[in-house]
Design a protein around this ligand. Structure first.
Ligand SMILES: *[C@@H]1O[C@H](CO)[C@@H](O)[C@H](O)[C@H]1NC(C)=O
Length: 341
């Protein structure tokens, strides 16, 4: 093996092991969203991101996972999830005030980057950062184990999937989606997205898609994002561990558990993409288009929200048990799994 190809393999391995819907899931969410963006929203996003290719959202869908592993981006790690302190499988629920730590969580981050994406006072680079975070976090929030504190979102539930020893969280993020699709390249994501778009437009999701975005409003992003988190968290009780965690540790998760979960994984990826498109359309229509009409200067002079999002966070509370466990797990937790299936 040449030096070059060795480097390529190492890079691919670390990317595919990243914990948060893997590269495949995030890119699929992005491709589904691209299909439902209005022409004006799409052209705004392409300009901001400096990418006019057919993959302008998919190309940045996993940026936030790379960023969190850098020294400069470490602060953003808690923004990928919300640690719901509920009691699965008996009782599942999300409470923003209870569950979002003072370092922030997926819900506060979505609210913050929603404000920032639509605000005329920021540079294009900052608006691009906001878009990249939104594309990623609106995927993460549909993954049930990103809305759960129990066992560090399943990261510490050791399981076996297709003969590999791994943890429940990474099976949901990465290995079950990859089992379904057979790869994790952008072309795999694109073809998965095409299937899901078909289901939304004329298949099994047609009758429910409107309910996925019902009530979503950029004027109240905390409430909207809490609804998405609660919707996904409910699957922790009904699908992810309906009989508790120990029941998942008695044998290989393939094929029975996989078969019981894969439909929910597909549904959640479809929801993520459909919601992301609607959300970006709303940001564009409510803020960006309006500003273009009124003039950027006038808007910039107007009072706007605090762009650091300080007022979005709930009242400070103690450090959660899940966060302490995450800190103790260090490198082995939540983003640095390096094995490949
Ligand atoms: C909002 O985004 C900015 C820029 O990334 C960040 O510095 C700030 O901490 C964020 N605030 C919250 C509450 O997430």
């Amino acid at each position: 093996m040449t030096r070059f190809s060795k480097i390529a393999v190492v890079t691919l391995g670390s990317l595919s092991g990243v914990n948060a819907w893997g590269v495949l899931g995030h890119a699929t969410v992005a491709y589904v969203a691209q299909n439902y963006l209005s022409a004006s929203t799409a052209s705004w996003a392409k300009t901001v991101l400096g990418d006019t290719s057919g993959s302008y959202l998919a190309n940045v869908a996993s940026w936030a996972d790379s960023y969190r592993t850098t020294a400069a981006g470490k602060w953003s790690a808690p923004l990928h999830y919300i640690d719901a302190e509920d009691n699965p499988p008996t009782n599942c629920n999300v409470d923003y005030a209870r569950d979002c730590g003072s370092a922030g969580c997926s819900i506060s981050a979505i609210a913050n980057y929603t404000q920032r994406a639509g605000d005329g006072r920021l540079t294009t680079a900052h608006v691009a950062e906001a878009l990249k975070f939104l594309v990623h976090f609106m995927g993460d929030i549909t993954q049930p184990l990103h809305d759960e504190a129990y066992a560090v979102g399943g990261n510490s539930i050791k399981v076996t999937f297709e003969g590999y020893n791994d943890n429940l969280h990474s099976d949901w993020d990465t290995y079950m989606p990859q089992k379904l699709i057979g790869g994790s390249k952008l072309t795999d994501a694109q073809s998965w997205a095409t299937t899901l778009i078909g289901e939304i437009n004329s298949g099994s999701y047609k009758s429910q898609a409107a309910s996925w975005i019902q009530g979503d409003t950029v004027s109240d992003p905390i409430t909207s994002a809490t609804r998405w988190a609660s919707d996904a968290n409910a699957y922790v009780c009904s699908v992810v561990m309906p009989n508790g965690a120990a029941a998942l540790q008695t044998g290989d998760l393939y094929p029975d558990y996989y078969n019981s979960a894969i439909g929910t994984i597909e549904l959640q990826i479809a929801k993520g993409g459909y919601r992301l498109a609607n959300w970006l359309n709303l940001i564009y229509n409510t803020h960006v288009a309006k500003r273009d009409l009124e003039g950027a200067v006038e808007q910039a002079q107007n009072e706007g929200p605090d762009l650091m999002g300080r007022d979005l966070l709930p009242e400070p509370r103690g450090v959660s048990r899940a966060q302490l466990a995450r800190d103790a797990m260090g490198e082995s937790c939540c983003g640095s799994a390096r094995h490949a299936h």
